[in-house]
Design a protein around this ligand. Structure first.
Ligand code: BDP
Length: 593
C-alpha cells in the first residue's frame, strides 16, 4: 500500500481539524446521512481525554465532517484514506455506504471517485470502540480464571494500556491518475560492495505500459526501463543503510505511455540485508545487537492521536540514551514514525495489534482470521522500510496448558511435552507461514511470556520473551530474580538454538521516590534492576536484543496495581523527563562515553 503523496500527477489534502461527534451508547444508529449538533472533536486524537464525560466510553460514536472537492481533481481517481480508526469503522459519503474496516492502527482506503460531489460533501464515520471476545485484541473476558491478569480493571481490558479509541490518525483525500502505479515492492541485497535493488510495481492500466525506475543519491543516478514492471538495479559501492549510517536513495518510478509520463511515485529506499544465521541476527552480514525499548503511542489529551512533535521528541530521547531500536508494542505505530526511523536510523520490530490472545474462549475462528488480516495489512503497509527488520506476530498470547505452566515453574523450567494448547500451535504455525510467504526477506518473531514451554517458538526465527523477575516474581530480590532468569534463558536457548531477545523487563518507578538500600518503586530500584539485567544479557552472545519496558510512563485502565492509572515502568516520565535510570542506561549503552 502506497502512502499518498503530492506530485505532478498526484494530489492530497488532510481532513485533520475540528469534526463533530455524536455518541450513541444505545447503538440506535440512523446517522448515516449525518446529524445536527453533536459535540466538537479534534481529529486526529482519541476521544477519551478530550471529552471528560466520555473518558471510559468505548461504545459507538458517529463522526462527521464536510469538505469540497479541491479544484482540478475531477477527472482523476479519488480516494479517502483512514490512517487509523480504533477499533471498528464504518464509513458513508453523502449517505452512501463506502465500507467498513475492523482493527485499529492499520490504514484502509475507499475509492470515492463516483460518489464525491464538487461541493459540500458529508463524510460520516461510525466508530465502535467496544471490547469483545471475538475482536483482536480480545476484550471483555474478565472474571474467567487466568484472564484479565486475574483481576478486573476498568475499563475491562486484558492488556494494561488505556483502550483509547476514535479517529487517531489523519484522514486523507488523495488522487491518482486513471492509469496509476498501485503498488511497489523493493527488495535489496548485497553482493560484495555492490547493492542490488530488486523492484516490482503494479499499475491499474488495462494495457501494458513501460515502467521507468530512476535511482539517485550518494553519487549515483541510474535508470532502467521495464515492460513488465519488474527490474533489478546494481549499485556499485553502495552506501548501505544501518543505524550508524542511515543512507537512503531516492527512487522515482514512472509509468510511461509512448514516452509520456502518466504517473510518478517517489520513495526513499535503503539498501540493507537482515538475516538470521544460527543464533545470531545479521544486519548487512554483521552481527547486530538491539538496544532499545517498548513504547506506547500515548500522551495527555490526545491519547493515541498522532502528535508529530512527540515523535521528534521520542527519537531525541532514543538518540540521547543510546538506543538503536524499538518494538511497536502492542500495535503498528504511525507511518510517520516508521518513515522517520528510515531517515534517523532505527531498527523496528514491527508488531501486529494481536496482544493478549486467548485460544479456548469463544470467537477463536474470527480472532485467527483477524490476526491474518493484520499480518497482511502490516506487511503491505511497511514492507519497503529499511528500518523494519522483523515482524512480531503477537505479544504475550495465552498459549500454555495451565498444568504445563505450573510444572514448568515449580520444577525450575523443566520443559514438559505438549506444553502449548493445540489451537495456539496451529494458529501461530499458519501465521508464521503467512508472514514468510508475504515477505521472505525478514525474520519473524513471537513475543511470549510462557518461556521454554512455548511450542510456537519452533515456527519463528527469533525467540522473544518478556520477563519481570525481581518485580512481579522474586519481588524485592533483584539478584535472585536475575539469576533465575539467566538459567531460564539458557534453557530456552538449549531447546531452540535461536537468537534471543528479552523484549520486556522493567520496574514501576515513581519519579522522586528514593530508597537506600533500593526498594521497589524507588528510582534506585529501577537503576539496580536495569543494571543487573543488562549485565546478565550482555554476557550471553546469543542474546541479540534487550528492550526495556518502557520508554515512558503511560496511561492504563484503573486497577489495583496501577497507581493513578499509570504504568510507571518508563525510564522517562509521561512528559518525557528522565528518571535516574535513564542516566544509568545511557552510561551502560553508550559505554561510559
Ligand atoms: C507485560 C505486557 C505489557 C505490560 C507489562 C507490565 O506485555 O503490556 O505493560 O507486562 O505489566 O506483560 O508492565
Amino acid at each position: 500500500m502506497l502512502y499518498p503523496q503530492v506530485s505532478s500527477t498526484r494530489q492530497m489534502i488532510d481532513l485533520s481539524g475540528f469534526w463533530r461527534i455524536r455518541f450513541d451508547p444505545e447503538d440506535e444508529g440512523g446517522f448515516e446521512s449525518g446529524f445536527d449538533g453533536g459535540e466538537v472533536i479534534a481529529v486526529p486524537a482519541s476521544w477519551n481525554d478530550q471529552i471528560n464525560e466520555r473518558r471510559d466510553y468505548l461504545g459507538a460514536a458517529w463522526y462527521q465532517t464536510r469538505f469540497a472537492l479541491p479544484w482540478g481533481w475531477r477527472g482523476q481517481r479519488i480516494f479517502a484514506r483512514f490512517n487509523s480508526v480504533n477499533y471498528l469503522a464504518e464509513v458513508w459519503l453523502n449517505g452512501q455506504r463506502l465500507g467498513a474496516h475492523e482493527g485499529g492502527h492499520l490504514p484502509f482506503v475507499f475509492d470515492i471517485t463516483d460518489r464525491v460531489l464538487d461541493e459540500d460533501n458529508l463524510l460520516v464515520v461510525r466508530v465502535d470502540g467496544l471490547m469483545a471476545p471475538d475482536r483482536v485484541p480480545p476484550g471483555s473476558l474478565a472474571g474467567k480464571p487466568g484472564i484479565s491478569f486475574g483481576r478486573a480493571d476498568y475499563p475491562d481490558t486484558n492488556f494494561d494500556f488505556f483502550p483509547y479509541c476514535g479517529i487517531q490518525r489523519p484522514v486523507l483525500l488523495y488522487t491518482t491518475p486513471q492509469d496509476a502505479i498501485t503498488d511497489v515492492t523493493v527488495i535489496t541485497d548485497i553482493n560484495g560492495t555492490d547493492g542490488i535493488v530488486n523492484l516490482k510495481t503494479t499499475h491499474s492500466a488495462g494495457t501494458p505500459l513501460v515502467t521507468r525506475f530512476v535511482l539517485q543519491g550518494h553519487g549515483i543516478d541510474q535508470a532502467v526501463e521495464s515492460a513488465t514492471g519488474e527490474a533489478s538495479l546494481t549499485v556499485n559501492n553502495a552506501a548501505l543503510w544501518s543505524p550508524e549510517s542511515p543512507n537512503l536513495y531516492q527512487l522515482r518510478i514512472e509509468l510511461r505511455r509512448d514516452g509520456e509520463v502518466v504517473d510518478g511515485y517517489s520513495l526513499e529506499i535503503g539498501i540493507r540485508t537482515i538475516a538470521v544465521e544460527g543464533d545470531r541476527l545479521l544486519l548487512n552480514g554483521e552481527p547486530i545487537k538491539l538496544l532499545g525499548f517498548g513504547r506506547h503511542e500515548d500522551f495527555p489529551v490526545v491519547g493515541k492521536g498522532l502528535l508529530p512533535a512527540l515523535i521528534v521528541k521520542d527519537y531525541g530521547l532514543l538518540r540521547w540514551i543510546g538506543a538503536n531500536s524499538f518494538r511497536t508494542t502492542h500495535y503498528p505505530y504511525s507511518e510517520q514514525m516508521v518513515q522517520l526511523a528510515d531517515q534517523l536510523g532505527y531498527l523496528i520490530i514491527d508488531e501486529t495489534p494481536a496482544v493478549g490472545l486467548f485460544f479456548t474462549e469463544p470467537g477463536l475462528e474470527k480472532r485467527n482470521a483477524l490476526c491474518k488480516q493484520y499480518i497482511r495489512e502490516l506487511i503491505d503497509r511497511d514492507k519497503n522500510h529499511p528500518s523494519v527488520i522483523m515482524w512480531s506476530l503477537a505479544n504475550e498470547p495465552h498459549t500454555a496448558e495451565p498444568e504445563a505452566r505450573q510444572t514448568y515453574y515449580s520444577q525450575d523450567f523443566t520443559v514438559v511435552e505438549h506444553s502449548s494448547r493445540a489451537e495456539a500451535v496451529q494458529a501461530f504455525k499458519e501465521q508464521a507461514e503467512l508472514a514468510r510467504a508475504l515477505d521472505p526477506t525478514r525474520p519473524v518473531t513471537l513475543v511470549s511470556h510462557e518461556g521454554a514451554t512455548e511450542e510456537s517458538f519452533a515456527f519463528v526465527d527469533v525467540v522473544s520473551l518478556n520477563r519481570y523477575n525481581g518485580w512481579y516474581t522474586e519481588s524485592g530480590q533483584i539478584e535472585v530474580g536475575v539469576q533465575r532468569l539467566s538459567r531460564e534463558i539458557d534453557l530456552i536457548h538449549q531447546r531452540y538454538g535461536k537468537p534471543f531477545i528479552l523484549t520486556e523487563f522493567g520496574t514501576d518507578t515513581i519519579p522522586g521516590h528514593h530508597a537506600e538500600p533500593p526498594e521497589m518503586f524507588s528510582e534506585e530500584y529501577q537503576v539496580e534492576f536495569l543494571s543487573q539485567y543488562i549485565a546478565m544479557l550482555n554476557s550471553k552472545p546469543f542474546v541479540v536484543g534487550q528492550h526495556i519496558w518502557n520508554l515512558c510512563d503511560f496511561k492504563t485502565s484503573q486497577g489495583v496495581i496501577r497507581m493513578g492509572s499509570y504504568n510507571y515502568k518508563g525510564v522517562f516520565t509521561r512528559d518525557r523527563r528522565p528518571k535516574l535510570a535513564a542516566h544509568r542506561v545511557r552510561k551502560l549503552w553508550r559505554n561510559n562515553e
